[in-house]
Design a protein around this ligand. Structure first.
Ligand code: NAD
Ligand code: MG
Length: 407
């Protein structure tokens, strides 16, 4: 049994579906609102949330006549109320309001907050048995298997919205679990795919933010450049589909057309393809178990001409090796991996560390964590959040020495 419905056996949704979008003002949020906008008569918006962008949130709330909106930054509540004066939209602020938004009765919830901050809200939707389109991979990486256990217990349905996992979700229905040999997730290789190690070490923020194929939020774009994103996705795939690390391969595919593949025992490899546009996997989640019309460009393989593949380079991109190691270690190591990476990315954005130091900080934090004898199974959200917080403190305390250390 899995909380990811690998066979289309759920009843079709009612005519009008109520939806909530957590992280509505972000890149995934934006794509989701675009899809909702294209079929207004089919969806009613229950709740929308954002971190601090009051004006963007209020604009969406008015456009979609949302019942409830929540802003994470409590100091912005008065501004939000003012922006929504005269409407019937209720407002809330702070983490508890974001959780309330997720807990309100919507059939379908897009979990698109960025970072581990999305864990509690995603769990609030899971615990009431909602259908949750999960884009927020960090919350899954942070909470490990119990996230999926809780989903199963609450009869929630987790629909993978990350493009590679959505591809696996689609391909996996071609066979049974016993027939599966391995899954392959592709990686564009990011802007530094062909760069020499010394140049990667010194890469600037502007260079890291220039993704060759995908337009995404800042954190995930930097994670793509370091290949931390692929590392997070290996862990995400393991938890989502209950796969061992050995059953998950990464393949660099610079064109980002093939998103994921599943190899079965008869040596058939089933792949999902599409233009690199997040509206396609989101549309799959929004329409599921049916298919809706997607707005992405149609795939023209004759025009693209060539699809190429190469093995990932674990030396130039140590993030990938660290992710597999953390997954094998278990007992909170993936939570530490994610927390240290969030601290490292914030430090890189703030100009406190070099690009190459991101992976070094993650590695040093995990090593210190293991040396201190802190590994322990996580059985609750509180456990995961406690580990997340201590790992952040540990990473922050190691930051000055990592910043000084040459590669
Ligand atoms: P983004 O930075 O563009 O948007 C994040 C959203 O979350 C915003 O609405 C922001 O206001 C909100 N938010 C941020 N911090 C918050 C906090 N502490 N509390 C409450 N709300 C907060 O990020 P994104 O690129 O849309 O990514 C969202 C998630 O989806 C990430 O986990 C990312 O890894 C995943 N994802 C993104 C893409 C993509 O193409 N952008 C693809 C696959 C997966
Ligand atoms: Mg992805």
């Amino acid at each position: 049994m899995s909380a990811v419905p690998l066979r289309n056996n759920k009843a079709a949704p009612s005519a009008v579906r109520t939806v909530t979008v957590l992280g509505a003002t972000g890149s995934i949020g934006d794509s989701t609102m675009d899809l909702l906008r294209a079929a207004r008569e089919r969806y009613r918006v229950e709740a929308l949330t954002a971190n601090g962008n009051v004006q963007a949130l209020a604009k969406l709330a008015k456009e979609f006549d949302a019942r409830f909106v929540a802003i994470a930054d409590p100091s912005r509540l008065a501004e939000l109320k003012q922006a929504l004066a005269g409407t019937r939209t209720e407002c809330g602020a702070g983490e508890s309001a974001i959780i309330e938004a997720a807990a309100r009765p919507a059939d379908w919830v897009m979990a698109a907050v960025s970072g581990a901050a999305g864990l509690k809200p995603a769990l609030a939707a899971v615990d009431r048995g909602a259908t949750v389109a999960l884009a927020n991979k960090e919350c899954l990486v942070c909470a490990g298997d119990f996230f999926m256990e809780r989903a199963l217990k609450a009869n929630a349905c987790i629909l993978p919205a990350d493009s590679e996992h959505n591809a696996l979700f689609q391909a996996l229905s071609s066979g049974n679990r016993e027939e599966l040999v391995r899954v392959i997730i592709t990686a564009s290789g990011g802007p530094f795919r062909t760069w020499a190690p010394a140049d990667i070490e010194q890469a600037t923020l502007a260079q890291a933010l220039k993704h060759p194929n995908w337009s995404m939020g800042q954190k995930i774009t930097i994670d793509s450049a370091s290949m931390m994103n692929k590392g997070l996705e290996v862990i995400e795939a393991s938890y989502l589909f209950a796969l061992a690390p050995e059953e998950i391969d990464v393949l660099v595919h610079p064109q980002s057309i093939v998103h994921g593949m599943v190899e079965f025992s008869d040596r058939s490899v089933v792949a999902q393809l599409g233009a690199p546009d997040m509206r396609t996997p989101i549309a799959h989640c929004l329409g599921w178990p049916d298919r809706i019309k997607g707005p992405a460009a149609r795939l023209d393989l004759a025009k693209i001409g060539q699809l190429t593949f190469e093995a990932p380079d674990f030396e130039r991109f140590p993030a990938l090796r660290l992710a597999y190691d953390a997954l094998r270690t278990g007992r909170g190591a993936t939570t530490v991996f994610n927390a240290a990476n969030e601290v490292a990315v914030a430090a890189f954005i703030a100009g406190k560390i070099k690009f190459g130091a991101i992976a070094r900080l993650v590695e040093a934090t995990i090593e210190a964590w293991i040396r201190a004898g802190n590994l322990a199974p996580l059985s609750s959200a509180d456990d995961a959040i406690a580990v997340d917080h201590s790992a952040r403190n540990k990473a922050a305390s190691l930051l000055p020495q990592i910043a000084l250390k040459a590669s």
